[in-house]
Design a protein around this ligand. Structure first.
Ligand SMILES: Nc1ncnc2c1ncn2[C@@H]1O[C@H](COP(=O)(O)OP(=O)(O)O)[C@@H](O)[C@H]1O
Ligand SMILES: [Mg+2]
Length: 372
């Protein structure tokens, strides 16, 4: 029986019908009837009812992994043989899905009035050229501009990803539970054209299918606000033309250790970039009328993009107030003056309160620099 099993090579099947034909041959070579295969499977603890087996062997679709595994085992295959069959099933399913050509466009819009970060954009390009698999982590404290940088890079690189862009907020620091990889994979697989009933129940198989799909295509995956390496491992592309951009408030060195994923730690904007951001937001030459006060305002905001934007909103809301006055108020009490009345969720307090106790020392230094 072993010999006849070895003679059947699942990787020779290039389509679902060919794979099912090979499974029929496997059953025939075992010398067992369908009923006997089913009984053996049951004796081994695998559920494989006769009716299921008969139906699967008469259809042209790739059967579910549990069915294939039970059949191969009952016909005398060892675990290595089971793996080989399952890998081929995943390959064929992925190729079938690739043929449906569904192109997801999940990126949120490009950030408004994005300013500076030329050096960082260039570093991302460099990291992604050399990293394998192609992934990079953008790390830094709340409000430093990780998501904005990731989205800006993504929008300017759309041509490199003709097979689409996937985006998820992993809710690593949003006060609710971080998203688990399983449901994220489900969402991504269906976005790439997998029917919900074709998504494997088993986590490892799900991840394998995702990697197969990404390997066939050039897709950008933006994994925003990640919590831990464990949350990310199954969401990274393997080999092939796809790329992952990850943002996180903590360094995820575990990913560097296990997957060689490089890190880019974001610093606050340069003072010149801060001035450009204020200019882009406030407009009408107000920055030019009192550049010294604008510099002071940028300093009071610690050159943190979130703080700068909130300060710019205050300036727009109170045109009677000079930039110098706002600078003085913010220097006195940053939190109180950088919250947006009526939009508490967007304010600095909301962003920082959630995370202060989860920050590491380097993050705290940045916040301390602006007196928070
Ligand atoms: N380089 C930049 N130019 C203009 N606005 C920026 C820049 N970086 C960040 N912002 C803005 O600052 C705010 C906070 O940035 P965000 O990317 O959400 O921070 P993070 O993801 O690090 O918490 C957002 O409103 C964002 O659009
Ligand atoms: Mg973010």
């Amino acid at each position: 029986m072993r010999q006849s099993l070895d003679g059947l090579d699942p990787s020779s099947a290039g389509s679902a019908p060919q794979l099912v034909a090979l499974l029929r041959e496997l059953r025939a070579a075992s010398g067992l009837s369908i009923r006997e295969v089913s009984r053996r499977a049951r004796d081994r603890g695998d559920g494989l009812p006769t009716s299921t087996l008969a139906a699967v062997l008469n259809r042209d679709a790739v059967p579910r992994a549990e069915v294939v595994a039970a059949l191969v085992r009952a016909c005398g295959g060892d675990e290595a043989a089971v793996e080989t069959w399952l890998a081929q099933c995943a390959r064929i399913s992925a190729a079938d899905v690739a043929d449906t050509g569904q192109v997801p466009r999940q990126l949120p819009g490009a950030p408004h009035a994005f300013t500076g970060r030329e050096r960082e954009l260039h570093l991302i390009d460099e990291h992604l050229q050399s990293a394998s698999p192609r992934s990079v982590v953008l790390a830094g404290p709340a409000g430093i501009g990780k998501t904005a940088l990731a989205l800006h890079w993504a929008h300017r690189s759309l041509d490199a990803f003709p097979d689409g862009q996937l985006y998820v907020d992993l809710r690593g620091f949003s006060g609710t539970d971080p998203l688990a990889p399983g449901p994220v994979l489900h969402r991504f697989l269906t976005a790439l054209g997998t029917g919900p009933e074709e998504v494997p129940a088993d986590g490892d198989e799900r991840a394998a299918m995702f990697r197969s799909l990404l390997g066939h295509r050039r897709v950008l995956v933006v994994l925003d606000n990640a919590r831990s390496p464990e949350q990310l491992r199954d969401l990274l592309p393997g080999t092939g033309g796809s790329t992952a951009l990850i943002t996180a408030r903590t360094d995820l060195f575990g990913l560097t250790a296990t997957h060689g994923v490089p890190h880019l730690r974001l610093a606050p904007l340069t003072r010149e970039e801060s001035m450009d951001l204020l200019d882009a937001m406030i407009g009408r030459g107000r920055v030019a009328t009192d550049p010294e006060a604008a510099r002071g305002l940028a300093a009071a905001c610690g050159d943190l993009p979130l703080a700068l934007r909130l300060a710019a909103c205050q300036t727009l809301a109170h045109p009677e107030q000079t930039i110098g006055e706002l600078r003085d108020r913010i220097a006195e009490a940053p939190l109180a003056n950088l919250d947006l009345p009526g939009d508490e969720a967007a304010g600095l307090r909301a962003c920082l309160d959630l995370t202060r106790d989860r920050l590491d020392a380097a993050d705290r230094d940045v916040l301390d620099a602006i007196g928070l």
